[in-house]
Design a protein around this ligand. Structure first.
Ligand code: ZN
Length: 411
């Protein structure tokens, strides 16, 4: 998805604000002698920004607008060291709500819906983002915040909530409680808007079936507004994102060069109209791809695929970027293999190879199964792995999480 003329102009405004404010990124640009861009090639020469840059700016070094214009801050959870503080102007808060309202609309939610919000409120961007978006839409908000399942279920029934906003794990917990208590007939839920943590198809189907609702995946990160910069539509073929507010490029995390649409790589986001803390080429370390072509729903907004994992998990085999989750997905399609498998990457005769070990029982033709798996990997991902089928019980098992991917190239 090449950057458009309009987006280039928007980036130039962001660049000017960053240089004027003397922010870390403004300084990076000055050092590189860049004061603006005029082509897509220029854009690709702009330096990246990283979470570490943002941490180093703690507490308010990212503030790019005058203090009188800042109305709020949010913070991303700092699992290591300093958190990141993102200042917002009134326009940023309003833009975010507009994007979020668009997400609800994409999910077919209207001002006649009653939206129960279970993500947390506070420094996090979660709860309040869901709330302001719903208010912008004109829906009725039931602002619960997390936990207290008894009260959660009572309000859900009494308020006749039609939409639940939750993490996938909390949605599953609620689904199980509803089932356990036999109160499904009191629940009016039709739709679920689920935060963008990675979740498997199995979990998704359980929530969907137990609650009998449609599910929509919402995407976002605190550094770039928060949740609400994109959402899946009813065709469930990726996440439509709002390219009038953000520009997304996918880069190869090793070479740092953009990859063509359709190819997997790291999601890099540039804000286009942000005032409080604009970010240029921010590396999310999320792995996904741009889905080429039009969506069946007819929306003009481009699509990002479901997040496949983190760039730290990436492997490169015969020039193709591969993620363990892709292999996992393929293996799941073969009913005859057990849930245990092992992937070994090694460097043989000057090139990288992948060996996949799977288990099955004696009633299956081992050679034929190996061939079918290799063919499917080739057709889906683009290279042929060596597949070795073994008897059930032969692969190592441990109490702790079994290490399934072994990279022998670095051992
Ligand atoms: Zn669509």
């Amino acid at each position: 998805m090449q950057i458009s003329e309009i987006q280039i102009n928007q980036v130039n405004n962001q660049i000017k604000a960053l240089i004027d404010a003397g922010s870390f990124y403004g300084k990076k640009l000055e050092e590189a002698g860049i004061s603006g861009i005029s082509t897509a090639d220029d854009f690709e020469k702009l330096p990246f920004s990283e979470k570490n840059d943002l941490r180093e700016a703690y507490p308010l070094g990212l503030m790019t607008a005058p203090e009188k214009d800042i109305v709020r801050i949010h913070s991303s959870s700092g699992t290591t060291g300093l958190p990141v503080i993102i200042p917002y102007t009134a326009k940023d808060v309003d833009d975010w709500a507009t994007m979020f309202a668009r997400c609800y609309e994409m999910a077919g939610i209207t001002n006649m819906d009653r939206i129960q919000i279970t993500p947390g409120y506070g420094l996090w961007t979660a709860g309040i983002g869901f709330q302001t978006g719903a208010e912008k839409l004109g829906a009725m908000v039931v602002p619960m915040g997390p936990g207290n399942t008894d009260k959660q279920l009572k309000m859900m029934a009494d308020m006749k909530s039609t939409v639940i906003c939750a993490t996938s794990s909390y949605a599953l917990l609620l689904a199980e409680e509803i089932e356990k208590r036999g109160i499904k007939d009191q629940v009016c839920l039709k739709k679920g808007v689920i935060g963008s943590e990675r979740w498997g198809e199995k979990m998704r189907n359980r929530i969907k079936n137990e609650l009998g609702i449609e599910l929509y995946d919402i995407y976002g990160l605190t550094e770039i507004y928060g949740p609400g910069i994109g959402i899946s539509c009813k065709y469930d073929t990726g996440i439509h994102y709002w390219d009038d507010y953000i520009y997304i490029e996918i880069i190869d995390p090793v070479t740092l060069k953009p990859v063509p649409d359709g190819q997997l790589g790291e999601v890099v986001i540039t804000t286009l109209v942000k005032e409080g803390a604009p970010l240029i080429r921010y590396r999310t370390h999320d792995i996904s791809r741009i889905i080429p072509g039009e969506c069946e729903c007819g929306s003009r907004f481009p699509r990002l695929d479901t997040i496949m994992g983190r760039s730290d998990d990436m492997m490169k085999i015969k020039g193709v970027n591969v993620f363990p989750s892709q292999i996992e997905e393929i293996l799941k399609e073969f009913e005859e293999v057990s849930s245990e498998y092992q992937i070994r990457i090694s460097h043989l005769d000057g090139r990288d190879t992948m060996r996949i070990y799977v288990e099955t029982n004696g009633s299956v033709d081992f050679l034929d199964l190996a061939k079918r798996i290799a063919e499917r990997v080739k057709s889906r991902i683009g290279f042929t792995p060596l597949v070795k089928v073994v008897e059930i019980g032969l692969l190592p098992r441990s109490e702790k999480k079994t290490k399934r991917v072994i990279d022998e190239r670095y051992e």
